[in-house]
Design a protein around this ligand. Sequence first.
Ligand SMILES: NC(=O)c1ccc[n+]([C@@H]2O[C@H](COP(=O)([O-])OP(=O)(O)OC[C@H]3O[C@@H](n4cnc5c(N)ncnc54)[C@H](OP(=O)(O)O)[C@@H]3O)[C@@H](O)[C@H]2O)c1
Length: 243
Amino acid sequence: MKALIIGGTSGLGRALAAEFLAAGWETSVTGVRDAALKDFSAAFPAARVSKLDLSAPGARAAVEALLAGPGRTDAVAVCAGLYIDNPDNDWAAEEKVIALNAAGCAAALNAAYLYFKKQGGGRLACLSSIGGIRGNARCPAYNATKAFLFNYLEGLRQNAALAGADISVTNIIPAYIGDGGGKKMFAAIMKKRRSVYIPGYWRLLAAAYRNLPDLLHEKMAAWHYVLLKPFMRKAPRWKDQIK
Ligand SMILES: NC(=O)c1ccc[n+]([C@@H]2O[C@H](COP(=O)([O-])OP(=O)(O)OC[C@H]3O[C@@H](n4cnc5c(N)ncnc54)[C@H](OP(=O)(O)O)[C@@H]3O)[C@@H](O)[C@H]2O)c1
């Protein structure tokens, strides 16, 4: 069995790639930074590693080329993503986030989905974020791109159902988990789950947050990160955002 993990050289993608490799899958992984590519190759010599910038022109064709290699690819996970803390809504930062998290990820998902449709099946997964549930003052583009992914994945899933295609589309929704969650992500893809919140209790918190009246949502901007402190503290990469 073959898997392709896009954005698999660091963080959550790397944790997921490690699970595919441990389960004996022939695994290809992409990243952007040379140091990360080198580090991944040294840690996982069995993996095939290549450079792919999803926000660069021609990225979709590069994904197609990776899938066109010999043998059948059975699973594709799009794990690339970019968070920029942007309380002043600087456009250059917003544009960068939109280019990768929305346009780049959609291009990769589209290429993989059509590949699976042609071959008659496959497992498609993407890392969105709990941020996709509502807008956020400090990172409007980030949360908006994650909401876009929720919707885009739902569209692909409905398209597969309509076509009677055996393609699972799994929306992985992490909430401040740092670099962990590999086993849960892998299990969700293997079980062909439609969505998985990590940790799981965020499904309930998300339902409540989604239904919070708009006025309360606007008012809570001031104490949003105070409420999230206990969760962010558990994820090392978010610690520097705790004031
Ligand atoms: N970690 C969390 O707690 C958390 C919470 C919610 C949502 N998420 C989402 O989960 C995903 C992964 O997050 P992470 O924390 O694991 O991030 P990360 O550690 O920064 O890893 C991101 C991965 O994407 C690759 N990448 C970066 N820019 C890229 C580009 N332009 N084109 C293609 N690949 C690119 C990186 O390559 P290099 O290795 O070369 O840098 C790396 O492999 C993101 O979509 C993020 O929004 C994470």
